[in-house]
Design a protein around this ligand. Structure first.
Ligand code: PMP
Length: 372
């Protein structure tokens, strides 16, 4: 068996220790004579797995008691719809900071459903190479919430701050406080986070949480009752919270694997501060290699360079196919950039080891020497 280094943007690499544990427990979960996949989601064993996963996630992110943790489905894309349904019950307009493709999709969905969405700030003018400064975010007078994408997975653009004033609050022109909602699909769990700054955080699982099929939403209690009456019942944060995320059958196996990832982060890595230090080193190593070369380049302003997704291009784009073919042959998988932008992209999520980055940097230097 050979496991290669996987730089996929999602579904992404999982920790080998997690896969090994899942393999051990696959056919016979702890002497019960069946797989987790074959269990009733209402059984005592499964409910214990689900509750442990929530406790471990709460520990890792230090989630305050006045937040609910929901394990739902439909991808992060479904949250583009669920979020306005849940937060626009009292009227008002969804506000957005637009910093790339995923944020634009969230805006499009809000407009499609509710006719209006306000762009409170955008990095479109600089080609999404630097996020707007905090003082450039201007909420509409009827803002119901502000949504942003903490890390744009395709552009490789990451916020270096959490929107809000010096006191950590977001206020619209009439002084009313506005909750902050964040798509954290590609950066959640990459480091410690002050959850109390947010109204809603959501993240698709298939990058730093576990396999696809699961979405985690972290919702402040007071926002459970702001939903629209015409909301599909499966979207409802209130209904999900009351049912322990089991209104219907949840993504049981993905939830179980997410729980194993949380245990790996706690026990093997030592928590999110330790994870963050490793992620800093990985990203610094790759950006330094790119910056030291005339052959590779990345266009993002240094303060907003993503730690998780590093896009880069070659000075001669005709060499891209050769780069991809040869890197794959060298056991470095999935370095192709998103189909909408081309070029290369190395995703360095939590489960990508430092050795993978070393191998990539060595390959890049060698390729440049031979072909540059
Ligand atoms: N938001 C971000 C930041 C993403 O990276 C992605 C997927 N790559 C999505 C939303 C959409 O996620 P899903 O495919 O789970 O709907």
């Amino acid at each position: 068996m050979t496991r290669h280094y996987n730089f996929c943007a999602g579904p992404a690499a999982l920790p080998e220790a997690v896969l090994a544990r899942a393999r051990e427990e696959m056919l016979d979960y702890r002497g019960r004579g069946l797989s987790v996949m074959e269990m009733s989601h209402r059984s005592g064993d499964y409910v214990a797995i689900a509750e442990q996963a929530e406790r471990d996630l709460r520990d890792l992110l230090a989630i305050p008691d006045n937040y609910r943790v929901l394990f739902t489905q439909g991808g992060a894309t479904q949250q583009f719809a669920a979020l306005p349904y849940n937060l626009l019950g009292a009227g008002g307009t969804a506000n957005f900071v637009q910093t790339g493709i995923w944020g634009s999709k969230a805006i499009k969905e809000a407009r499609h459903l509710f006719g209006d969405a306000a762009v409170a700030a955008s990095s479109e003018a600089n080609g999404h190479t630097a996020v707007p400064r905090p003082e450039d975010i201007v909420l509409s007078s009827d803002a119901a919430y502000l949504h942003y994408t903490a890390n744009e997975t395709i552009g490789g653009l990451e916020f270096d701050y959490i929107p809000g004033n010096d006191a950590g609050e977001l206020r619209r022109p009439d002084g009313r406080e506005v909750p902050l909602a964040c798509d954290m699909s590609s950066s959640i769990l990459s480091g410690p986070l002050d959850v109390s700054r947010f109204g809603v955080i959501y993240a698709g699982a298939q990058k730093n949480i576990g396999p696809a099929g699961l979405v985690v939403a972290i919702v402040r209690d007071d926002l459970l009752d702001q939903g629209r009456a015409d909301m599909p019942s499966l979207f409802s944060y209130r209904a999900l919270a009351e049912a322990g995320s089991m209104i219907n059958t949840p993504a049981t196996y993905s939830w179980y694997l997410a729980g194993l990832v949380f245990q790996w982060l706690k026990d093997d890595i030592g928590g999110l501060a330790a994870m963050s230090a490793i992620n800093d080193r990985k990203a610094a190593r790759l950006y330094a290699a790119i910056d030291a070369s005339e052959f590779y380049s990345n266009p993002i302003a240094p303060r907003n360079r993503s730690r998780m997704n590093v896009p880069f291009v070659l000075a001669d784009s005709r060499l891209e196919d050769a780069f991809l073919a040869e890197s794959e042959e060298a056991g470095l998988l999935n370095l192709k950039g998103h189909r909408s932008v081309g070029g290369m992209r190395a995703s360095l999520y939590n489960a990508v080891p430092e050795a993978a980055v070393e191998a990539l940097v060595d390959f890049m230097a060698d390729f440049e020497k031979r072909r540059g």
